[in-house]
Design a protein around this ligand. Structure first.
Ligand code: HEM
Length: 402
């Protein structure tokens, strides 16, 4: 039997340009009916907005248990669980991620942003920076570390582990065995790290998420470890790319100035929020997710067999002309904007309020500090992951406000 590889790259996206700009392919796939079966990867590709949302909101027919147990580092993860296990893992921690619960982190996120930009300015004299390296990468790691109560000193190690877990074959020249080993090693190292932190917090609880989850919920040690590992992985490179992709969209559309000027007329938060929502739709930081059919069913007139794998293209659903007028235009006035960048249904992103908050604080600080921000490299490499979407570098020339 051949194995299904829903997360492998379809041949249409094999070169770097297509990975960075998959939107022509999405357009053709919409025109061709919004769904196809890929004989090379042995899986379905689902593009249509309606079909993507039907799959995501029917967890009974489309399971999130898609990978063998040992791909998860031996720890439970809500992301790859179905009810009732999913409910058991998600419900007790939902309250810690509500907008009101994460909002108090704003001053700390702002402070971290300022100090990261200070460092970059000190290094370059304040006329250029790499938005990814200098800000968008380190900030989410600091933030998650702050939320969890884990020392930010360990952030370089977090980055290495989480990069390894989301990496695509590019990192090891297509050496699949090497890649899997690297992934599992990273997952195990993260687990060991958190096991130590948990032991310390059980002894001596602090006012942080690790201590709260340990004290206030009934989750087992393994479940708690699985949660922390998931938060680091799910909340880190995704947010990096939301920050960079928003600036990328604004720069391409020539709208950086408009959003900055709105700050002075008192409307910055709204305009910036519009930009972030539209960037989530236009260059979605997570382009796809995976499901497994649990029974025979129909989707857009095609018969899906039990155990079939589906690659669910969120980034394509967000460009579906049946759902969005002029989908390939970046439009700050798009309203409503019912994108699926954070997923839908029971697995809808737990960290969405935190991701939006970080992007807003980081971009607002950038717009305040610099009177001009101009992109330098027009041909950056795409991120080396089959589902996370963005660029590896985003160098800009900047001019500091007087
Ligand atoms: C722009 C940034 C982010 C994007 C685009 C994003 C996207 C997503 C998507 C699409 C899903 C659903 C996957 C599926 O249905 O298979 C998801 C789930 C999840 N995300 Fe995010 N995410 C982001 C940031 C974060 C942050 C900051 C955190 C945590 C602090 C986080 C934690 C989670 C968790 C725990 C899940 C699993 C929820 C469940 O299975 O019930 N994410 N995210």
């Amino acid at each position: 039997m051949t194995t299904a590889e829903p997360m492998a790259w379809p041949s249409a996206l094999s070169d770097r340009r297509a990975k960075r700009e998959p939107f022509d392919w999405y357009r053709r796939m919409h025109e061709a009916g919004g769904i196809r079966y890929d004989d090379e990867r042995n899986c379905w590709d689902v593009f249509s907005y309606d079909a993507v949302t039907s799959v995501l909101t029917d967890a009974e027919t489309y399971s999130s248990v898609t990978a063998p147990e040992d791909n998860r580092g031996g720890l439970p993860s809500m992301l790859s669980a179905d009810p009732p296990e999913h409910t058991k893992l998600r419900e007790p921690v939902e309250e810690y991620f509500q907008p009101g619960a994460v909002r108090p982190l704003a001053p700390e996120i702002r402070e971290t942003t300022e100090s990261l930009l200070d460092e970059a300015d000190a290094e370059t004299g304040g006329d250029r920076l790499d938005v990814v390296d200098d800000l968008a990468w380190p900030l989410p790691i600091h933030t998650i570390a702050a939320l969890l109560g884990v020392p930010a000193d360990d952030r370089a190690q977090f980055k290495a582990w989480s990069d390894a877990v989301v990496a695509g074959p590019q990192l090891t020249d297509g050496d699949r065995l090497g890649l899997e080993t690297q992934r599992q090693d990273a997952a195990l190292s993260l687990a060991d790290y958190f096991a130590e932190v948990c032991a310390e917090r059980r002894e001596d609880p602090q006012d942080d998420l690790v201590s709260k989850v340990l004290v206030e919920t009934d989750l087992s040690d393994m479940e708690v470890l699985g949660l922390f590992r998931l938060l680091l992985i799910a909340g880190n490179v995704t947010t990096t790319n939301l920050i960079t992709n928003t600036l990328w969209c604004l720069d391409d559309a020539g709208l950086v100035e408009e959003v900055r000027k709105a700050r002075h007329s008192g409307g910055t938060a709204e305009r910036l929020d519009d930009a972030i929502e539209e960037a989530l739709r236009y260059r979605s930081p997570v382009q796809r997710t995976v499901r497994r059919a649990t029974r025979e069913t129909e989707l857009l007139g095609r018969t899906i067999e039990p155990d079939d794998r589906l690659s669910v293209w969120l980034g394509a659903a967000n460009r579906d002309p049946e759902r969005f007028d002029d989908p390939d235009a970046f439009d700050l006035d798009r309203s409503p904007n019912p994108h699926v960048a954070f997923g839908r249904g029971i697995h809808v992103c737990l960290g969405a309020p935190l991701a939006r908050l970080e992007a807003r604080v980081a971009l607002d600080a950038l717009l305040e500090r610099y009177v001009s921000i101009d992109r330098v490299d027009a041909d950056p490499d795409p991120v080396a992951s089959p589902f996370i979407y963005g660029v590896q570098e985003f160098p800009v020339a900047v001019e500091r406000a007087p």
